[in-house]
Ligand binder design. Structure first.
Ligand code: ARG
Length: 461
């Protein structure tokens, strides 16, 4: 039986089932490197403040580094009896360096320790998630430039709406991911205060220097209220929320690509290496990866609900409920990182079926709005122009024609203002080229935006 760190007050050993039930080591061992980092800064501070000796500090740091390498070489024996990562490391440290190890927890509690570890974990994982998103953004730019001449319809209500550049469509996702990286930055900015030194929740009578540990650990400053420091998990919510939105954006992107990949749309081809076959239907090439990403979005939403519910009505300050925060946090971050990574590779493999897209561009009266705009520019009030165009579309439908196959005479039956130049307005290419308003889909605009995005990416890295 392992001797408990709090052994002094207890007569009887902990019940084995209770021990297993309360143990979190299987999950929180992922915090090991941050826990060790925190402990090293802590003892450096204790030594600087003459709370422990330099010799003790050096012994502790050596021991902690040894533990780190044991964990990394898979030689560390994690024990459920020692409950969590903090006690597993402290116990091993004491075994390694003796009495000095027993001093590592001076002026510290697991309550401030775990909060510090989690914040460090988030900073590191969210940063790498951000870098993965930036890679995806680079891929979007690359594909947008490569396919700058491809025109596709965009949809509202999943009904054909107007012609646009495929690049313009892809860059819509660039904007979403840009907001996502901003959200990550804000999350990190907001959590960037160091809880270490809040101890159990009231601070300490030792003359610690929290500004020193904050600086060492890369925090902007120490947290300002010791009770809040050990109770707060807003940053866990912020992080999972940021992940949820990333996953939501990915799931919408996936959905569009899945639809575009269907035989009915046939806008794109996904690389063989990112599709799977069916065990029964030999002709199938399924976009499983995209579907799985779409599916995994639900797991991350579940993580968000889980942490929100954990905190609802939870009395201040630390309660053991908070131990459960790591499960949704780790899950959300890991799932998001995995999904962004694999999505990017899948996206890179996609090619547009230009011929097929072009052959269908006459379907759905995509330039009807341009025709209405033409009439409006010829002094017909827009509402009336809309009505006239509606009549023309109905005429086309009845006679199985499309807008560009109507003769000038046919068009003039609906309005006298229509002249030969109308055909410039209702051609697919001209429709796209005419959308020069800021943020519109003209090639001129899209190229400018691509340059702007490139500059933004340069600054973000
Ligand atoms: N394993 C705990 C957690 O993750 C560490 C803090 C325990 N604190 C306590 N007072 N029992 O929340």
């Amino acid at each position: 039986m392992v001797k408990k760190l709090w052994g002094g007050r207890f007569k009887d050993a902990t019940n084995a089932d209770a021990e297993n039930f309360t143990s979190s080591i299987d999950v929180d061992k992922d915090l090991y490197s941050f826990d060790i980092l925190g402990s090293i800064s802590h003892v450096e501070m204790l030594s600087k403040q003459k709370i422990i000796s330099r010799g003790e500090k050096n012994k502790i740091i050596k021991g902690l580094k040894k533990i780190k390498s044991e964990i990394e070489l898979d030689k560390f024996n994690f024990s459920h009896e020692l409950e969590d990562i903090h006690m597993n490391i402290e116990d091993s440290l004491t075994k390694k360096v003796g009495t000095a190890g027993k001093k590592v927890h001076t002026a510290r509690s697991r309550n401030d320790q775990v909060a510090t570890d989690i914040k460090l974990y988030i900073k590191s994982m969210a940063e790498s998630l951000k870098l993965d998103i930036i890679k995806l953004q680079k891929s979007i730019i690359k594909k947008s430039e490569k396919n700058i001449d491809i025109i596709i319809p965009f949809y509202t209500h999943l009904q054909r709406a107007q012609p646009i550049l495929a690049s313009h469509y892809l860059l819509a996702f660039f904007e979403m991911f840009l907001r996502d990286t901003e959200r990550i930055n804000q999350t990190i900015q907001r959590l960037n205060q160091n809880p270490l030194g809040a101890c159990a929740g009231s601070g300490t009578s030792f003359t610690i220097d929290r500004f020193y540990t904050s600086k060492k650990l890369g925090f902007r400053e120490p947290t300002r209220n010791s009770i809040d420091s050990v109770s707060d998990r807003d940053y866990v919510i912020d992080t999972i929320y940021s992940c949820s939105i990333i996953m939501m954006h990915l799931s919408r992107f996936c959905e569009d690509l899945i639809v575009w990949n269907s035989s009915e749309f046939n806008f794109i081809k996904i690389g063989d290496e990112f599709t799977t076959g069916s065990s029964i239907m030999p002709q199938k090439k399924n976009p499983d990866i995209l579907e799985l990403i779409r599916g995994k979005c639900s797991l991350v939403y579940g993580d968000l609900i889980s942490i929100l519910t954990n905190l609802k009505g939870l009395p201040l300050s630390y309660n053991r409920d908070l131990q459960e925060d790591k499960i949704p946090l780790f899950s959300a971050l890991k799932t998001s990182i995995d999904c962004v990574k694999i999505f990017t590779r899948n996206f890179d493999s996609i090619e547009f079926n230009t011929k097929h897209i072009m052959s269908g561009m006459n379907l759905g009266f995509l330039t009807a709005t341009d025709l209405a705009d033409y009439l409006a520019k010829n002094d017909i009030p827009f509402r009336k122009a809309h009505h006239i165009t509606g009549n023309i579309v109905a005429y086309c439908e009845k006679n199985n024609k499309n807008l560009s196959s109507l003769s000038l005479l046919e068009l003039q039956k609906f309005s006298k203002v229509i002249k030969k130049d109308v055909f410039n307005f209702i051609s697919i290419e001209n429709s796209v080229a005419s959308k020069k308003s800021y943020g519109g889909t003209s090639k001129e605009n899209v190229k400018k935006m691509v340059n702007k995005y490139k500059k933004i990416l340069l600054k973000s890295k």
